[in-house]
Design a protein. Sequence first.
Length: 134
Amino acid sequence: MITATVEYLGSLRTKCTHVQSGMEIVTDAPLDNNGKGEAFSPTDLAATAYASCMLTIIGIFCEANGLNFNQAKASVEKVMGSNPRRISKVVIDMDLSGNNWSDSEAEKAIRAGKNCPVAKTFSEGVEIEFSFSY
């Protein structure tokens, strides 16, 4: 089954449509690569997907283990490398406070999140830096 369709809109912009839901995301090339930077770039989406996937897996872990998980936010910084142009580093700052976890519960939830499918997809050539508050 097709997951998504991607249509080139011109001017270095695409429209990505999730087939099952019909939800759309527009991408734009970043300012440092001839674009307007008016939307997520494809590499922005890749880096952001890492944090989104982690939070999803933490949610699944918490549901399976009876842990409260009502609050979480993450900020993502993507650093580009060159020769070849690629994502060289992703910095994720995750605020998991407000869930009233013990240190042990937080460590287990974070470990689960760090083993999400997107994390396993990124190559070892991409540096991942984390900070967590809980």
